[in-house]
Design a protein around this ligand. Structure first.
Ligand SMILES: *[C@@H]1O[C@H](CO)[C@@H](O)[C@H](O)[C@H]1NC(C)=O
Ligand SMILES: *[C@@H]1O[C@H](CO)[C@@H](O)[C@H](O)[C@H]1NC(C)=O
Ligand SMILES: *[C@@H]1O[C@H](CO)[C@@H](O)[C@H](O)[C@H]1NC(C)=O
Ligand SMILES: *[C@@H]1O[C@H](CO)[C@@H](O)[C@H](O)[C@H]1NC(C)=O
Ligand SMILES: *[C@@H]1O[C@H](CO)[C@@H](O)[C@H](O)[C@H]1NC(C)=O
Ligand SMILES: *[C@@H]1O[C@H](CO)[C@@H](O)[C@H](O)[C@H]1NC(C)=O
Length: 809
């Protein structure tokens, strides 16, 4: 402990000398008290500088459990002091040694300085690695990648924290499912499938929070989840049913989402449940919207009953920024004033209020908490509970005691070559080859290319970084990346959507690459899309360039949501299409590596690409996932929509090589013993089906869930290039069950297969997890009958039946 502490002080002071050329006696450090920086709250010298003797403060006694220490700390505060620590800019209480703390941090795809929090760039930390946007990472279908990115982000945060450039609490990831293709925030999310989104959440949160040897799985030392040390606090947001930002007259502050309980369980809550139960996230953020009339941030059933009690959150619940004010100002919920809304939210289980100071007001909890208690609307013990939830998290983060093994991280751990390479690798893995007629791609390095498009896309130094960005280490644009590998690269920028007639250049080059797409003026937080088309006349000039080009052109699409490019789908003059998402600071390198074949693409679309006709059939504000017969709504996502308006399906993605599947499995029969105490649930069967099993389905809640289906899949690379392949495993519920998903993703694995080689992929599906459906009254049940395991897609698939027989134990 002592030696690593000395190491930290040494490296930190060296930095000060190197930068300022003068060696000051102080050092960098996260906690500034009376002009000096300290690495932790409970430092005797820090207390002494405030005229206090740390020995008298039990909350600094490292031998006591965190909950006891938090209780001691809260017990020392007056009611006024308590209330001043319920907002994101907590004042602390110098009287008892508690420093201020800024809770608001963002790290969606790299350390960000969004928000008025304590994370900032400059002097010793000019930037941080800007990874691809989450929709790109999701397209890689690679949990190892997600963990690697989360680990790099949390390392950069911890390094910046040591230097006084960051706090320890970050409100990432965003795990709302993309229910509707118009949603403006698709870039921030892992797409439309709740299981994929949930797995992303678990991987990212674990990598942000877990410290090696303290992941809660390694024995007695970590048996108490409230003492488990964490590297950085990660927060799953926005809970729940939040995915309308601004669509015609609907906006997120006034929107009241009408949601059936079945959709809550099956789709909207599922990623959050996985995030809390399997990821052990230390924070959940509630959303602005109401759900069936009740604001998410004042719903005791959602917060206390579900997140804290049923899922066992070890952490705190924070509002989205201004959620409490939104109840009063926008939703005008129950005509409540600030005091009443504050009391309702705290009573429902909200611990921390993030409020927007720039409108000249404080956050609501700080402004109205005192009156809420004085007027008898809120108990002081409820305030105490909220604060204890907050301080236990800060203790686990080492804010009070430090975490010696993380204290040697410094500026040399930010923007490392390794992290920049990971950003490039992530971008490569997420690229989706949508179309590749007659092997138009890859190009050869000896090729001369013309690059056409809006300057913002060809030279996408800004667009590639997307939202919730920080300052990147550097930016490699598509032009920058391609001009490094092509023999010659000419650039033909279109101005304000007009490209003019393609000049003679189009005839003289080996390949014309058009980079087109969207930007954050089209799809962003607070801004849903009005249509799914390419804006700014791009379709017209892409067609013009394609028509003029002697050889089929290559189209690279920059976007998060799907784009209706049906004009390109069967146009033989457009030979290849690559979806590049918003690929982060190294995006240009990744695009070049894919186009020129240095990397064989293996990404898959994490959401359905619809044609524009689809959105005319369903308003964004209809929350139902299943088709709504009486209104003619056709259903949403690959799980429930089976109509014609799919341009490219969820999971679509090509490769420069070919794969084949083989398996010895022909099917399985799984007896499931249902105990007398377990309840059989009724199912609704399709009209005309004669199924009438004695026990139609068993609720997973009361079942032991030991039954598994195991099999092995051989993935062979039968083409000429090494490549990665995503094995996507779906189950299809028994055909006779009405209103079930068409299919549902239950497992996935990205595997590398050398040309001519094969790999065995062992897969084990738990019956309660992989074969369960959510029945009409919102119970999660395993249906009896013949389900199907379906691997792959229309291009390459393998399937077998699994007969589930529910019988008396
Ligand atoms: C404390 O840290 C800040 C950076 O957060 C730095 O600007 C300041 O000089 C440091 N103070 C001392 C006394 O080292
Ligand atoms: C591309 O962007 C970079 C960085 O913003 C800029 O320096 C360069 O001039 C741009 N290139 C063109 C052709 O506009
Ligand atoms: C859009 O493109 C078409 C065809 O290239 C052209 O005729 C038209 O003038 C363009 N419109 C704008 C607004 O640039
Ligand atoms: C998006 O592109 C349009 C058209 O070129 C431009 O007017 C707008 O400023 C861009 N927005 C952003 C955020 O880059
Ligand atoms: C392109 O061709 C496919 C296969 O023939 C067809 O299903 C699809 O509808 C066509 N797309 C367009 C936009 O015409
Ligand atoms: C998954 O991601 C990791 C980390 O970036 C990478 O090393 C590995 O090659 C990837 N797996 C495949 C099959 O692409």
């Amino acid at each position: 402990m002592a030696s690593s502490l000395r190491h930290r002080v040494l490296s930190a002071s060296l930095l000060v000398c190197a930068v300022a050329f003068t060696c000051v006696s102080g050092s960098l450090g996260p906690i500034t008290t009376n002009g000096q920086n300290y690495s932790k709250v409970c430092d005797p010298a820090r207390f002494a500088s405030m005229g206090l003797d740390m020995g008298g403060f039990r909350y600094c006694d490292a031998s006591l459990p965190y909950p006891d220490r938090a209780k001691d700390l809260v017990g020392r505060l007056t009611l006024e002091e308590k209330v001043r620590n319920l907002g994101d800019r907590a004042e602390g209480a110098a009287r008892v040694g508690l420093p201020p703390y800024r809770w608001w941090g963002e790290a969606l795809h790299g350390v960000s300085d969004t928000g008025p929090g304590g994370t900032w760039f400059g002097d010793v930390v000019p930037g941080a690695t800007s990874f691809p946007l989450v929709i790109n990472s999701a397209a890689a279908f690679n949990e190892t990648l997600w963990r690697a990115i989360g680990g790099a982000v949390s390392t950069e945060i911890r390094a910046m924290y040591n230097l006084g450039h960051a706090e320890l609490t970050y409100w990432s990831p965003n795990i709302n499912v993309v229910r509707d293709p118009r949603w403006g925030r698709a870039s921030e999310t892992p797409g439309e499938d709740p299981f994929l989104v949930g797995r992303y959440a678990v991987s990212f949160v674990r990598a942000m929070q877990d410290i090696h040897g303290h992941d809660g799985a390694t024995g007695a030392a970590d048996a108490d989840p409230f003492s488990r040390p964490i590297k950085v606090s990660s927060c799953c947001k926005h809970y729940a049913a939040y995915d309308v930002d601004a669509w015609f007259t609907a906006d997120r502050y006034t929107f009241d989402a009408k949601v059936e309980e079945r959709d809550m369980i099956e789709t909207f809550e599922r990623p959050f449940e996985m995030c809390v139960r399997d990821g052990d996230a230390s924070c959940v953020m509630c959303s602005y919207n109401r759900i069936n009339g009740v604001p998410a941030c004042a719903d005791a059933r959602l917060l206390t009953e579900t997140v804290r009690d049923a899922w066992q959150l070890h952490g705190y619940i924070v509002s989205d920024c201004d959620s409490v004010r939104v109840m009063v100002r926008d939703a005008k919920w129950l005509g409540y004033n600030g005091v009443e809304a504050t009391a309702a939210a705290m009573k429902a289980g909200l611990d921390l209020d993030c409020g927007m100071f720039w409108e000249g007001a404080q956050d609501f909890f700080t402004a109205f908490g005192l009156d809420a208690v004085r007027q008898g609307k809120l108990r002081e013990s409820e305030v105490d509970n909220a604060l204890k939830n907050l301080y236990v998290v800060l203790m686990r983060l080492g804010f009070f005691d430090g975490i010696p093994e993380l204290e040697s991280l410094g500026a040399s751990n930010v923007c490392t070559e390794e992290h920049k390479e990971l950003a490039a690798d992530g971008a490569r893995q997420g690229m989706v080859l949508i179309k590749n007629d007659h092997g138009r791609l890859p190009l050869k390095a000896a090729n001369s290319v013309a690059l056409v498009g809006l300057l913002q896309h060809i030279n996408a130094s800004d667009v590639m970084l997307g939202d919730y960005r920080g300052k990147p280490c550097r930016v490699v644009t598509p032009y920058g990346g391609i001009s490094k590998v092509a023999k010659t690269t000419s650039l033909h920028a279109c101005d304000k959507g007009a490209c003019g007639a393609p000049g003679g250049w189009v005839k003289t080059v080996d390949a014309t690459i058009v980079v087109a797409g969207l930007n954050m003026s089209v799809e962003k937080e607070g801004n849903d899309r009005e249509d799914l088309l390419l804006p700014w006349n791009q379709t017209n000039w892409i067609n013009a360039v394609a028509a003029a080009s002697p050889s089929p052109i290559i189209l690279v699409i920059i976007s998060a949501g799907g784009v209706d490019i049906s004009f390109a789908q069967n146009n033989s003059k457009i030979g290849a299409i690559v979806w590049a998402g918003y690929p982060g600071e190294e995006g240009g390198t990744a695009i070049a590596d894919v186009l020129f074949g240095k990397y064989n693409p293996g990404g898959r679309l994490p959401l359905t690409w619809y044609t524009n006709e689809y959105i005319g059939k369903i308003p964004m504000t209809s929350m139902a996932l299943r088709p709504v017969a009486d209104k003619g709504y056709p259903g949403r996502t690959y799980k429930f929509y089976g109509g014609p308006e799919v341009l490219y399906p969820f999971g679509h993605g090509l490769s420069y090589t070919s794969f084949s599947y083989a398996s010895a499995t022909t099917g399985a029969s799984v007896p499931v013993k249902v105990g007398a105490w377990e309840s059989c649930k009724q199912l609704i069967y399709k009209p005309g089906t004669s199924a009438s099993p004695a026990c139609p389905a068993v609720s997973v809640a009361g079942h032991g869930c030991q039954e598994e289906v195991s099999f092995e899949l051989t993935v062979a690379n039968v083409g000429g290039r090494d490549g990665s392949h995503v094995v996507a495993v779906y189950t299809v519920p028994p055909a006779e069950v009405d209103d079930a998903p068409r299919k549902q993703l239950v497992a996935f694995q990205r595997v590398f297969v050398p040309a001519g080689g094969a790999v065995q992929v062992p897969l084990t599906l738990n019956v309660c997890k992989a074969f369960a459906i959510v029945e009409e009254t919102a119970y999660t049940v395993v249906p009896s009958g013949v389900s199907t395991v379906l691997i792959g897609d229309d291009a390459l698939s393998f399937s077998f039946p699994v007969k589930i027989e529910l019988g008396a134990a």
